[in-house]
Design a protein around this ligand. Sequence first.
Ligand SMILES: Cc1cc2nc3c(=O)[nH]c(=O)nc-3n(C[C@H](O)[C@H](O)[C@H](O)COP(=O)(O)OP(=O)(O)OC[C@H]3O[C@@H](n4cnc5c(N)ncnc54)[C@H](O)[C@@H]3O)c2cc1C
Length: 533
Amino acid sequence: MLIDARSLPSGTTRRADVCVIGGGAAGITIALELAGSGLEVLLLESGGEVEEPDTRDLAAGESIGRPATTLDSPVRLDQMRLRYLGGTTNHWAGFCRPLSPIDFEVRDHLAVSGWPIGPADLEPFLARAAEWVRISDENFDVATWEERLGLATPKLDSAAIDTFTYQLTFPTKFGELYRRDLLDADDVTVVLHANVVNLATADGRRVDGLDVRTLTGTALRVEATAYVLAAGGIENARLLLASTDADPAGLGNGNDLVGRHFTEHLQVYAGFGVLDVDPSELVGYNGGDVTITAGRHAGSVHGAKFALGLTDEHLREAKTTGMEIQILPSSFPAGAPVQEEGATMADVAALLGHTGAMPASSVYLQGLAEQELDPESRVLLGSATDALGMRRVQLDWRYSARDRERALDGYRIAAEAFGAAGLGRLQLVPGGIHADALADLVPGEWVSAYSSTPSEIDLENFVIGMGFHHMCTTRMAADPSEGVVDADCRMHEVDNLWVGGSSVFATGGVATPTYSIVALAVRLADHLTTVLR
Ligand SMILES: Cc1cc2nc3c(=O)[nH]c(=O)nc-3n(C[C@H](O)[C@H](O)[C@H](O)COP(=O)(O)OP(=O)(O)OC[C@H]3O[C@@H](n4cnc5c(N)ncnc54)[C@H](O)[C@@H]3O)c2cc1C
């Protein structure tokens, strides 16, 4: 059932077994996984079914740390997460990959690392998560995907770098895709335009109820046996910090960890390359489509593509962080980009013996790099307030010179392996490449929109964009002095409050997060069913 909070009389109290805050990827998955479990579920969503400017403004805030950009264009906080049914899946790019085993390990060379669960704890939920995100299945094995796509990918003779598979789902907007299921579920009620502004508590050990407001002035109370906070990686922290009934530091924040360790995938736009092989040999990096053969979405089509990534073995040995690199077909003019040393595309092509007209065989490199967790990188509350009187977010995103160096090292390793395999020459041009028509870029399509500005090549200060994968702000840890939630995603300090979404990630890794967010959501729904029945 779908109802609108604005149509309820002010002062109404609604009750449920489970109340989920936020109707994005995590919240919708949890609510629908609980459907039919015998538990009465309320899903409170701040927005309606389409984007509305007044609600969007509730997500606005201030960036006070590293600038949030995509390439070199600034991105506002209310652009990088969406506030209506379906949440940020209303404009995600749909890249799916599971976390790697190393992401879960304690890595002594990092200041903060290690999950209290391992890959085997998530593995039983990956097949159901694959259905929810609408990809073929939980199999990401490269050989399987070469067969399914009918596309080979060149093998690199390197222990440090290997080929990985992404499954791409498009456009998988959870609100639109699962609207019918939410309507049909007898025991799930979605309340739209319901903004949670406070998790009310007398003693800080239990949530007694939620204070809910609409922008039209309706005030509601919601009471449940169990609460799940699934409002997104930034808003989860904001709501906890803003819930000060028992402690001015916020709810569940006795160890001053809520909002800390904010981490991102560093988007690094680093270089270009000229191929020494026919571009068709690398077409797997651009990907292809497959039809889903079984399950809820049988018959629908989705994509898959390959990318390069540092191997877990290399990360352990070199004591470094993760890095994935996409090789995107492109076409640069012969005179550009220009490397720091002055080499143009034509010069690089000449190294490979190409003379005369430039071959239509250039590529563009774009990577996602893991950053090391830093407690000073964090979500804070500012002094400005929104239309509901809640303090707006201040985002103090930090990354270090070491993070930057590690990302560049990843590119160098990729370039060496690429050259050694005889595929072509990759050149690093960090900071010197711009996407001219970013709005037109569609994942999986050939891209020819890049230009370069040689004077901006800067190995120490090159532009790093944000991946928009806000993680670790309520990180999972066995020890309450190291994290906010336990291995079951339950708040260490609050008995009846669980958290969904990438805020519970213990480290960011390098895989795009939503597939893992959904796997954790499926796991959490099973856990709630067990403990509440
Ligand atoms: C441009 C872009 C591209 C992306 N591409 C990818 C990709 O390719 N692969 C990938 O894995 N991830 C990608 N992501 C990230 C992905 O969108 C998120 O990981 C995912 O949407 C997070 O799910 P969530 O449910 O935790 O949060 P969200 O989807 O953000 O949902 C949170 C929901 O909570 C609601 N809410 C917030 N506050 C309140 C409140 N106080 N009361 C009630 N409701 C509230 C919001 O309205 C929203 O509906 C991308 C993100 C962006 C911005």
